[in-house]
Design a protein around this ligand. Structure first.
Ligand SMILES: *Cc1c(COP(=O)(O)O)cnc(C)c1O
Length: 436
C-alpha cells in the first residue's frame, strides 16, 4: 500500500525552498563601501593613546547601541564569546572562584569562567523557559560562588527579578548572555541592562549580524574601563592610563573592525522590525498548530517580551505514542532544505544542545595543560560536579520534550508559514505510518 508521508516514500508537502534570511541589503553594502573608500578598516592602537578606543564607526556604533538600549556604556568586540570572556575578567574573577552557569546554552557562555581559572558550576533550567531556574541557582551557591552567567535562551528573558534578588542576597555579580535575545524585555527593561554586564552577538546566525561581532554593555564606569582594557592589550595600556589595579589586566585583541561596525549601525536600525516579524510569525504558527495532540507552547509571562531566536515547542510523546525523533524526522522530510545551513534540511530539531557538563572538557576535567588546570584550583572537590543527572530538567528537555525550530524567521510569508503548519498536520493525520 502506498504511503502518504514523505519519510515513508510519499510526496513531500513542499519542495520550493523557503525564502532566504536576507537581512543584509543595500544599506549594509553602502556602509561597507563607505569604510573601504576611507581606507581605514580599523583605527585601533594597542597602547594608551587617543586611538585606544578605536575608529569613528566603532565609536558611533557604540554610541547608537547605548542610546537604543538606554545604557551608559557599550563596547564593541569581535564576538559574543570575546565579550563574555572580557566580562568575566572585568568582574575580577580568578582561580578558585565559582561561577554558576546554565547547562543548556551555546558552550561559550559556560566556559568563559575557565579562561580566568574560575570554575563553572551548573544549575538546572526551568522546564518552561529553558533558562536558569532561580531555585536551582540558590541550591548551587557555596562560599566560593562569585557570579552567575544568565542566558536568555531562544530569545526568552530568564526570571531576572528572582535571579537579581538571589544575587543581591548572596552578593553575586550577574553577567547576562543576550546573544539570542537582543530587544527582549522584562517589565519594559531590555535584557543586558538588568545585571552587571550584558553581552550580545552579531554572529551570522543571530537576529542582526555583522558576520562576526559582539557588544558588551554596562552602566558601571569601572567595568566599562576594564572591558575596554581587556579588549585591547591591557598590559600595555594600564600604565599610560594611570591605573594601578593589575587584576586581570592581561589583554586580548577582541577589537571589532570598522566595516563590521558600519554594518552593525545599519543592522541596529532594522532590529525592531525584525523582532516584530518574528513575533508575528510565531503567533501565526501557534494559531495553526494549537490543538495538535502532544504539542504545547511556552507560557510567556505578560511582563516579558520574547524575541524568538528559536521557537521552542514542547512535545509529549504519551499523547501520540510516537517518539520525538520520529516525529521531527517526519516533519523535516515534508519540508525543503533551508539555505541558512545547507545539508541540515529544514531547520527543525529534536532538542538543542547536549547539557554542557557532558562535554569531554568537564567529564575529564581537562582545560589548560594536561594536569587539569583550572579544575585543580577548585577549593572543594568537583568529583560529582559534572556527573550525568546533575541537571535533570535540562536532560529531560534535551532527551524527551523539546523541539526547536527556526521556521518563523523574517522573510517567511504567510503562505510559507501555512506550509509549515500543513506539514505538521500532514504528519499528525498519518501518525499510523510512524508506528512500528
Ligand atoms: C551564539 C551564541 C554565543 C556566541 O556568540 P559568538 O558571537 O558566535 O561568539 C554565546 N551565547 C549564546 C547563547 C549564543 O547563542
Amino acid at each position: 500500500m502506498s504511503k502518504n508521508l514523505a519519510i515513508r516514500g510519499g510526496p513531500k508537502l513542499r519542495t520550493v525552498p523557503f525564502p532566504r534570511y536576507a537581512v543584509i541589503g543595500e544599506e549594509e553594502r553602502l556602509a561597507a563601501d563607505r569604510v573601504i573608500a576611507s581606507g581605514h578598516l580599523s583605527r585601533y592602537i594597542g597602547a594608551w593613546c587617543k586611538a585606544f578606543y578605536g575608529g569613528a564607526e566603532v565609536l558611533s556604533f557604540e554610541a547608537e547601541w547605548s542610546t537604543f538600549f538606554g545604557v551608559k556604556h557599550s563596547l564593541a568586540v569581535n564576538s559574543c564569546t570575546s565579550g563574555l570572556n572580557a566580562a568575566v575578567g572585568a568582574l575580577g574573577l580568578g582561580p578558585g572562584d565559582e561561577v554558576i552557569v546554565s547547562p543548556y546554552t551555546m558552550s561559550a557562555s559556560a566556559v568563559a569562567p575557565l579562561h580566568y581559572g574560575a570554575i563553572p558550576v551548573f544549575a538546572d533550567i526551568d522546564s518552561n523557559s529553558f533558562c536558569l531556574s532561580p531555585r536551582s541557582i540558590e541550591q548551587k551557591i557555596t562560599s566560593n560562588t562569585k557570579a552567575i552567567i544568565v542566558v536568555h535562551l531562544f530569545g526568552q528573558p530568564a526570571a531576572m527579578s528572582e535571579i537579581m534578588e538571589v544575587a543581591r542576597r548572596h552578593n553575586l555579580k550577574v553577567i547576562e548572555d543576550c546573544a539570542q535575545a537582543p530587544g527582549a524585555t522584562v517589565d519594559g527593561r531590555y535584557v543586558g541592562t538588568i545585571g552587571d554586564i550584558g553581552v550580545f552577538s552579531f554572529n551570522y546566525h543571530k537576529h542582526i549580524h555583522t558576520g562576526e561581532g559582539g557588544m558588551v554593555v554596562t552602566s558601571d564606569d569601572e567595568y566599562a574601563a576594564r572591558v575596554s582594557l581587556i579588549r585591547n592589550h591591557a598590559e600595555s595600556a594600564v600604565e599610560g592610563m594611570g591605573r594601578p589595579d593589575l587584576v586581570n589586566m592581561i589583554g586580548q585583541n577582541y577589537r571589532m573592525g570598522e566595516i563590521e561596525a558600519a554594518i552593525g549601525r545599519e543592522q541596529l536600525k532594522k532590529l525592531p522590525s525584525l523582532i516584530d516579524e518574528r513575533i508575528q510569525n510565531v503567533k501565526k504558527l501557534e494559531e495553526g498548530l494549537s490543538g495538535l495532540p502532544g504539542i504545547s507552547f511556552q507560557k510567556i509571562d505578560p511582563a516579558t517580551r520574547h524575541v524568538y531566536y528559536v521557537h521552542p515547542l514542547i512535545y509529549d510523546e504519551s499523547k501520540t505514542g510516537i517518539p520525538r525523533r520520529a516525529i521531527v524526522d517526519a516533519i523535516k522530510a515534508e519540508l525543503p532544505e533551508t539555505e541558512l545551513r545547507e545539508g541540515e534540511g529544514a531547520l527543525i530539531a529534536a532538542g538543542y544542545v547536549r547539557p554542557l557538563y557532558l562535554l569531554p572538557a568537564f567529564q575529564k576535567r581537562i582545560a589548560f595543560g594536561a594536569a587539569g588546570a583550572p579544575f585543580t584550583t577548585a577549593r572543594r572537590s568537583l568529583e560529582h560536579a559534572y556527573r550525568p543527572g546533575t541537571c535533570p530538567t535540562a536532560e529531560w528537555a534535551h532527551q524527551n520534550s523539546l523541539i526547536t525550530h527556526e521556521l518563523m524567521k523574517p522573510g517567511m510569508a504567510e503562505s510559507d508559514i501555512a506550509d509549515v503548519v500543513e506539514a505538521f498536520k500532514k504528519v499528525w493525520s498519518n501518525l499510523h505510518e510512524l508506528h512500528s
